[in-house]
Design a protein around this ligand. Structure first.
Ligand code: GDG
Length: 504
């Protein structure tokens, strides 16, 4: 279950509807499991006020959840993108708190949960994705203790001092604790979550294991129930890092296609064959540090630290959340800065920044990765940052330099990148110069090490590891020290319950 389905609507209604797979990595990660396990994908089609019947796409059973225009405004653009997103990214932009947005968030989470309850067989595994659906695990757990519930948080989980600003901080933590396994990108995120649980609910946590006390009549049919050291009956929840990755083999394969390599060459030529091409690829989002990157680059040009005619920065800023006010403002700021730098440093035949406010096919992205001598990932806060991993996987030539922000999840793994603090503009400028001037041998040495990591820890390994933690009794602490779950005696009982809920 994810907010957005892994398909985009192309045209038509009802049985005539035409769908196209959306290119996200999550589909690649989950497709094998979904097919093997006869899985169902629940999510929104991305169009307000549209009703679609369940359908099949590429062998995956799709169950659309519909959202009204007001749901989109309150639950999606409001609570998800203007409350949780800025709050969870360390309040880089101020979060807005509105009670009616929260109410919509609860209602829409309930709708998603109901869709899962209808689809899930007894004892089924339900894997819920991301910050838009944090209440779903508890909703499922309360209705159906037989379910095996996983949650993966794609974005950071903030430190308690920030998280505690959320007026509904307790409900969200309780919502998540409905899961058996809660996955985070980084160790630090899992630590922040455990701290929030201790502070808000007083539950005991030991390592990655959280003990949720059970009421007297609770616990029948739950998994991972035990009596803890104090003699309290608890349900244990595993909350730890499962850093996400990319379909690395697919990027390697694209990068080895002659047409894509030729396109990379053509991009260089069309940019006037500058000595150095630097590249940024981001959704146009304030978490991505695009402004910091532009500031550093502009100063390098101003101070002649790099030769203006020898360098071009290509910045792909794919359109994102354009109806949210903060994003409108960000676009204005970024575009003003870009045009100032171009006005000051471009010539008739050479452009300082090639700025592209567009989305591109994946093939073109790989051609850009191959064409770029230096990749700039300067996020101020980022759960993982897949772009950094995509760049590395695409560099089958073992060339190219990755400049990577310490505030990305990726920096925990990609240690051989040039790690930067994007707030430190001088440090960022130094790293850019170092990347531009790095000798070929050092570039190859670093890239080889980076590639080793990304190819070994790909998205298939990520989903298999998470799934394994969810479905197997693991050696992790005493997470496995549980009473055997009691499955519902008769499937019809469960179904009766489902229909009742669905009718509400
Ligand atoms: C969230 C978290 C976490 C971008 N422009 C185009 C395009 N993209 C693709 C990239 C990459 C993806 O979008 C962006 O992924 P990121 O990880 O960089 O960032 P978010 O969108 O913020 O994702 C993040 C992620 O979830 C996964 O857990 O890593 O921290 O914020 O794959 O290539 N793709 C195409 N055309 C574009 O113009 N085809």
């Amino acid at each position: 279950m994810s907010n957005r389905l892994p398909v985009d609507h192309v045209s038509g209604d009802g049985d005539d509807a035409v769908w196209r797979p959306s290119p996200g990595g999550l589909v690649a990660a989950l497709e094998p499991i979904m097919k093997r396990e006869d899985g169902v994908w629940i999510g929104w089609v991305g169009i307000p006020d549209a009703e679609f019947e369940p359908f099949e796409a590429d062998g995956i059973d799709i169950r659309p959840v519909s959202l009204s225009a007001q749901d989109v405004e309150y639950y999606y653009e409001g609570f998800s993108n203007d409350t949780l997103w800025p709050l969870y990214h360390d309040v880089i932009a101020p979060p807005s708190f509105h009670r009616e947005w929260w109410d919509a968030y609860v209602q829409v989470n309930r709708r998603f949960a109901d869709a899962a309850l209808e689809a899930a067989a007894p004892g089924a595994v339900v894997w819920v994705h991301d910050y838009q659906l944090q209440l779903v695990p508890k909703m499922l757990r309360d209705a159906r203790p037989d379910l095996v519930i996983g949650f993966f948080d794609h974005i950071p989980f903030p430190a308690y001092g920030i998280y505690s600003q959320l007026p509904w901080r307790k409900q969200v933590v309780e919502g998540l604790l409905g899961a058996d396994v809660i996955g985070f990108q980084r160790l630090a995120d899992a630590g922040n979550f455990a701290r929030a649980v201790r502070r808000l609910l007083g539950h005991e946590t030991r390592g990655s294991v959280i003990e949720v006390p059970l009421g007297e009549d609770e616990g029948v049919g739950h998994r991972h129930v035990k009596t803890n050291r104090r003699g309290t009956r608890v349900r244990t929840v595993l909350a730890k890092q499962f850093p996400i990755s990319i379909d690395a083999a697919r990027y390697e394969e694209l990068a080895s296609q002659p047409e894509i390599q030729a396109r990379a060459q053509q991009i260089r030529e069309e940019l006037g064959n500058p000595k150095t091409i630097m590249l940024g690829v981001d959704r146009l989002d304030y978490t991505k540090g695009i402004g910091h990157r532009l500031k550093a680059y502009g100063e390098l040009l101003r101070d002649h630290a790099v030769d203006t005619d020898d360098i071009t920065l290509v910045q792909v800023a794919s359109p994102s959340r354009e109806r949210v006010e903060t994003y409108k403002q960000l676009r204005d700021e970024v575009e003003l800065t870009v045009s100032r730098i171009n006005g000051d440093y471009s010539t008739i035949s050479h452009t300082a920044i090639s700025y592209l406010h567009q989305g591109y096919p994946r093939e073109e992205m790989v051609a850009l990765y191959l064409a770029a001598d230096v990749m700039l990932v300067t996020a101020l806060r980022d759960g993982m940052n897949l772009v950094a991993k995509e760049y590395v996987a695409s560099r089958i030539d073992n060339d190219g330099v990755l400049v990577l922000s310490e505030f990305t999840g990726a920096s925990d793994e990609l240690k051989q990148a040039l790690l930067v603090n994007p707030h430190d503009i001088e440090g960022l400028k130094d790293a850019m110069v170092r990347a531009i001037e790095m000798p070929k041998r050092e570039r190859a040495r670093r890239m080889r090490a980076l590639r080793k990591r990304v190819l070994a820890y790909d998205v298939q390994r990520w989903s298999a590891t998470f799934f394994d933690a969810l479905t197997h009794v693991t050696a992790e602490d005493d997470f496995g020290d549980h009473e055997i779950a009691q499955r519902p005696k008769m499937a019809t009982d469960t179904h009766g319950q489902i229909h009742e809920r669905g009718d509400r």
